[in-house]
Design a protein around this ligand. Structure first.
Ligand code: DON
Length: 305
């Protein structure tokens, strides 16, 4: 398996020079853009890592998977999907355009920024501090890593540059999708995006979803199966934004990207995969990371289709 992972990294390396780290959050530029890492956890508990798999990065939009899961566990399907839809957009992740269409009072899905901010507003807790504590505790639980923390520099960088997200949130407050205080909510969103992990953490999270929410170590249910399947379905249709269709065709694995360069992938009933490569394509997805997953999907026959 290590040899296959090594080959996957070599394949991904052919593409990293075609991408760039995210620059709209200035702190995210402080990376080595040729870094690539991959980690795999099989459902029988075996783990393999190659390349920069120990390098920490902020999970950014990958947090949307965790927050959607927690929101569903907190509120149930009807309440969450009363606020946010489950349809793919074909638009960039930070797009505002469809929010004003009359028949679309709610954001189209929980993986775009608008939908994610609406989902975050549903996390139970007395105020923003308790909400982010619960999200962080959940991140520790699903990654089986009690040391997960928030990168304060990236968080402050997001606070300084996050006006598009603020505008999405204020717009949704005006239409009634968001009911709570926007400034407090947006801080929670910036902090969840600034949670730091490595490929190993992502692979363990992926393996948990692959295993229908049952902890591989203890056999206990951490996430209900119905929620895992729903979240993996939304990852498949919306996880890479307006590249989700192409990714489904070329790779065929439920996955979620983040502009920090990470991709979380969960092959149902098989394996969890975490990849890292901070050079992004023009849609904000890790360019080398997608290639690594494409290579692994071919060689290990991982496509769900
Ligand atoms: O809100 C933002 O724009 C970032 N904190 C997260 C966006 C992101 O990760 C998009 N993913 N590829």
């Amino acid at each position: 398996m290590e040899k296959i992972l090594q080959e996957a990294i070599l394949h991904g390396q052919k593409y990293t020079h075609n991408g760039n780290p995210a620059s709209y959050i200035p702190e995210l530029q402080k990376v080595n853009s040729s870094d690539l890492g991959v980690y795999i956890r099989t459902l029988d508990g075996k783990e393999y890592g190659v390349g920069s798999y120990q390098q920490k990065f902020t999970i950014q939009s990958i947090s949307k998977v965790l927050v959607l899961t927690l929101a569903l566990m907190d509120n149930g399907f009807d309440k969450v999907f009363g606020k946010v839809g489950v349809e793919a957009t074909g638009d960039p992740f930070n797009s505002i355009v469809r929010l004003e269409l009359k028949h679309l009072q709610k954001p189209l899905n929980p993986m775009i920024n608008a939908g994610a901010i609406a989902t975050t507003s549903l996390i139970l807790g007395k105020g923003g501090n308790e909400q982010i504590e619960r999200i962080l505790d959940f991140a520790k639980l699903v990654s089986d890593n009690p040391h997960i923390s928030i990168n304060e520099d990236v968080y402050h960088s997001e606070v300084q540059t996050g006006d598009r997200n603020r505008s999405l949130a204020y717009f949704m407050k005006s239409t009634g999708v968001i009911e709570e205080d926007v400034e407090s909510l947006i801080q929670v969103y910036f902090k969840q995006c600034s949670i730091e992990m490595n490929c190993q953490d992502l692979a363990r999270i992926g393996a948990l979803y692959s295993n229908n929410g049952i902890c591989l170590k203890t056999g206990k249910e951490i996430i209900p199966k119905s929620i895992c399947r729903t979240v993996m379905a939304i990852m498949t249709t919306c996880g890479l934004y307006d590249a989700s269709g192409e990714f489904a065709v070329n790779v065929g694995i439920p996955a979620k990207s983040g502009v920090g360069g990470g991709i979380l992938a969960a092959v149902p009933n098989k394996i969890g995969i975490g990849v890292y490569g901070p050079a992004l394509d023009d849609k904000g997805n890790s360019i080398g990371g997608i290639e690594i997953l494409s290579y692994l999907s071919d060689v290990l026959d991982l496509s769900i289709f």
